[in-house]
Ligand binder design. Structure first.
Ligand code: AOS
Ligand code: ZN
Ligand code: ZN
Ligand code: ZN
Length: 424
């Protein structure tokens, strides 16, 4: 199914008067509104192929129907999101869940939908049917060289698929670790992992990046071999200049200061990419901005400040991706909400008065610093984000159009009620 452009324009037209009033107000309030609008239009967030179906937990899964049954249908779904918000112009694939049978056709279909291929994701956290050796005790860390070899070869295969599709990054998330004290020799696990990663790194094309994603715990509950940003940074530094750390917002121990982590990784030129989501307890993979919107703002504040300090291009120099899972929401509605939350927060970070903040910091004026940040965070930028979306050809209110056009009902009609998308 597709949503015709004229339909979106019709809906926009109905809302125009109200929108214009709000836009005029905010344009009056902030400096450099046009510049912010352009940055918002340029900013694209990649949608993970595994987030288009219902996720579920180990206690069960309650499918919502009409889920994509193939890579083609996943691309179609993201095409729908992108038509509505014009900010989801990329897809992050997962091998083996999304093996492209015919790369040229898949590339053409993505292009038709205005999508490019962001980072490719490998999978050595599950055993696949017919797989020779098991990852039960790890993949790249494994004591058996043959298992490590298998994991390395899989990652090299993922790069090959990515090259065919025009992707330029590989995300490696390893579930390697241990469940009990004594199970693992930490240094040996680190060395084996480094050695394995080095062999994958050697197969990376020149224009590619490698993202090393860390995660505090789960599925291993005693130790994780890429468990925090320190370990990830250590691997990335040892690997070389094409290797970077990837920050997934849900992968920290409780109360970690993620904005500080981001600031330091940027300072070192080692921040490569992002997995946006939100969490209350752990790797909850909840809708972006649904639990801790102020934390998200503080992270974006550091991102904008740090990227500007290094002269980086906000839209292209980092890999912006969502990593989400949905238990009770329609996945597409959830993703619309997540992208919206990212754009709103990015806009707020763009309008923070950084010059004043810097002065306040130099004066040790703690109160002023807080006022400046919170003034930006409390600014209602919804009309700005909506305007950017409309100028790019999207909907002023994507979620409303999605519901009025009965997208899910139509997808269920087309694909059936009992569909299971491959993914987490
Ligand atoms: C796992 O917890 C990580 O967040 C991964 O980035 C991701 O969920 C996984 O690679 C999906 O395949
Ligand atoms: Zn992730
Ligand atoms: Zn995760
Ligand atoms: Zn996750």
């Amino acid at each position: 199914m597709t949503i015709e452009k004229y339909k979106i324009e019709e809906y926009n037209h109905q809302l125009m008067q109200e929108h214009q009033r709000k836009l005029d107000f905010i344009k009056d309030e902030v400096n450099g509104a046009e510049e912010i609008l352009q940055k918002l239009m340029d900013f694209q967030v990649a949608i993970p192929s595994w987030a288009l179906g219902t996720g579920g937990t180990r206690f069960g899964r309650f499918g919502g129907g009409g889920e994509p049954r193939s890579l083609e249908e996943k691309i179609e779904d993201i095409g729908l999101l992108h038509a509505l918000n014009q900010s989801s112009g990329a897809i992050s694939l997962h091998i083996p869940w999304d093996i492209p049978e015919n790369a040229n056709n898949i590339k053409a279909l993505a292009a038709q939908n205005g999508l490019r291929f962001d980072a490719m994701n490998s999978n050595t956290f599950q055993d696949q049917p017919g797989q020779q050796l098991s990852y039960k005790f790890g993949s790249m860390q494994h004591v058996d060289k043959a298992v490590r070899r298998q994991a390395i070869e899989h990652n090299i295969e993922v790069i090959k698929y990515g090259v065919e599709l025009g992707s330029t990054a590989l995300t490696v998330w390893l579930s390697d670790g241990s469940c009990f004290p004594g199970q693992l020799h930490f240094r040996r696990a680190f060395q084996n992992t480094l050695d394995s990663l080095q062999q994958v790194y050697a197969a990376l094309p020149d224009n590619w990046k490698m993202f090393v994603e860390y995660k505090a715990f789960e599925p291993n509950f005693y130790s994780t071999t890429v468990g925090d940003w320190g370990q990830s940074l250590l691997y990335a530094t040892r690997l070389g200049e094409k290797a970077y750390t990837l920050v997934d917002l849900g992968h920290h121990l409780p109360n970690a200061n993620i904005e500080q982590i981001v600031a330091l990784l940027l300072m070192e030129g080692k921040l490569g990419g992002f997995h946006f989501n939100d969490s209350k307890y752990g790797d909850d993979d909840l809708t972006v901005g649904s639990i801790k919107p102020y934390q998200l703002f503080l992270i974006f504040n550091e991102l904008v400040e740090g990227m500007d300090a290094r002269g980086m291009n906000h839209a292209t120099d980092l890999g912006w991706m969502i990593d989400a899972s949905h238990n009770v929401k329609d996945p597409l509605e959830d993703l619309l909400q997540s992208v919206e939350a990212i754009m709103l927060t990015y806009a707020q970070a763009l309008l923070a008065d950084r010059k004043m903040l810097n002065e306040a910091q130099l004066q040790n004026d703690v109160v002023a610093a807080q006022e400046i940040l919170q003034a930006a965070f409390r600014t209602d930028v919804r009309a700005l984000v909506a305007e950017a979306r409309m100028r790019a050809g999207g909907a002023l209110k994507p979620l409303a159009v999605y519901r009025k056009e009965k997208v899910r009902e139509n997808l269920i009609k087309q694909r059936g009620l009992k569909t299971v998308a491959t993914g987490l």
